[in-house]
Ligand binder design. Structure first.
Ligand SMILES: *Cc1c(COP(=O)(O)O)cnc(C)c1O
Length: 425
């Protein structure tokens, strides 16, 4: 498979006249088609709802698009809750799957109608104390421990993950909730990240469904919703086969019919909290080659850096790169594509075969629509880029302006910095 960008060189040449590089650009058409496909894949389940993981791409314009397809939001912090509220998400449309959460954030989540998903058994009394009483609806996050495997190998290592209740704690937790008057119960689990296989959700679903049946039998608690959380991946590499969401939906249904329906639990709602799958492929980071360096290796220096996209530096993650306008040129040059941070891991690609790059070429870094812009930081005093939306009609809309030095220094008002510098200079 070749990976084709959703913008052409001609479009980019036009866009940079108004919005200089670097910037993230998102593809409205792709986002909509994917959201629709997901909704259809789970339409067999009456209560189905996707709660978009805001941390992947916290932009209100994109969240509003997903809202049109019935999505809610999944939040990990107060500011994400605030953003959800600002977009008009309300009662029952916000999941708060946080961890190590301050009391004030639980209070806020409860106030705006969020569903709280607790990460630990000790958080039950903590929440009760914070709110005065427990909410009517509560969800618990399950971590069975050990190693999570599917037919073709190890997926991840939940036994090493800081999240969730153990099996024993989970059963005890539901008993506690029932005793304390909770009326609606949810179960959540996130066992593997970026799974590029159609097996992950069905295997996870089977585990959770069987656990839910046991909880009904042993605790007398009927689970109302099961949250399969995030983890459906995307093909970052050109040789990877994309997930088939319709097949995944159908396979989850099979397990549902096999495990839940015979147990008299045929009205359990399925929730998902996808982030990467919803947005990842529909974002590009566009950057300009501004330097070339011939030393012990061949380097191309660009005007973006790890501040704009941290995944390669943080996880050694692969992001495909297209040189705009050279889509069909032979990849006969080997480069390290690097940013300007004083950190040697600030490399978008290492030993990557690409067409010959000239200064001024636009590089399109693929699959930056999730956990891209949002992971950004301000190291080396670097400013965060703009975010643009390529609309279905081909026009471009600014959905977040680039940071300015004024934004960067905003928290130095205690130093009276705004009277010491000329910000127009
Ligand atoms: C990060 C996260 C998600 C989204 O994960 P993706 O890999 O982007 O799908 C969902 N739920 C929780 C609790 C998360 O922490």
């Amino acid at each position: 498979m070749t990976k084709k960008p959703f913008v052409t060189k001609e479009q980019l040449d036009e866009i940079v006249k108004t919005y200089p590089t670097p910037f993230h650009i998102y593809d409205e058409k792709g986002i909509r088609e994917n959201a629709k496909a997901l909704k259809e894949a789970f339409s067999w389940n009456k209560g189905y709802k996707e709660f978009f993981a805001v941390k992947a791409t916290p932009n209100p314009f994109l969240m509003e698009i997903l809202k049109e397809y019935g999505c809610g939001t999944d939040c990990s912090s107060k500011t994400e809750l605030m953003l959800s509220e600002a977009c008009g998400f309300g009662q029952g449309e916000i999941m708060f799957s946080s961890n190590e959460t301050p009391a004030s954030e639980y209070i806020y989540a409860d106030k705006i109608g969020g569903i709280i998903n607790l990460d630990d058994i000790t958080h039950i009394p903590y929440l009760e104390k914070a709110l005065g009483k427990l909410p009517k609806t509560l969800s618990l996050r399950y971590n069975p421990g050990g190693v999570f495997t599917i037919a073709n190998g190890i997926m991840d290592n939940p036994g090493d993950a800081k999240y969730g209740f153990t099996t024993e704690q989970l059963f005890e937790g539901y008993r506690m909730l029932k005793d304390k008057g909770v009326e609606r119960f949810g179960m959540h689990s996130f066992l593997a990240s970026n799974t590029v296989t159609n097996e992950y959700y069905p295997v996870l679903a089977k585990l959770l469904f069987e656990t839910a049946v046991k909880i009904k039998e042993e605790c007398g608690v009927t689970i109302d919703f099961i949250n399969l959380s995030g983890g459906i991946g995307i093909p970052y590499r050109p040789d990877q086969e994309p997930n088939d969401i319709r097949l995944i939906g159908a396979k989850v249904k099979e397990v549902y019919d096999e495990v839940l329906v015979p147990a008299g639990m045929g009205d359990v709602a399925i929730y998902t909290e996808l982030g990467r799958f919803m947005m990842g492929p529909y974002g590009h980071l566009v950057t300009t080659a501004i330097h070339e360096k011939h030393t012990h290796k061949e380097y191309i220096g660009c005007d973006a850096c790890a501040v704009n996209l941290m995944r390669p530096a943080m996880y050694g993650a692969y992001h495909h790169i297209t040189v705009a306008g050279k889509e069909d040129a032979p990849c006969d040059h080997k480069y390290d594509i690097v940013g300007s941070l004083c950190e040697n891991n600030d490399k978008f690609a290492i030993d990557r075969m690409l067409p010959e790059i000239e200064i001024g070429d636009k590089l399109i870094i693929h699959d930056t629509g999730a956990h891209g812009f949002s992971m950004g930081y301000n190291y080396n005093g670097k400013l965060k880029s703009a975010e643009l939306l390529l609309k279905e009609d081909g026009s471009v809309k600014l959905i977040r302006r680039a940071e300015t030095p004024k934004d960067y220094f905003a928290t130095f008002d205690c130093f009276d910095i705004f009277n010491k510098l000329d910000f127009e200079a």
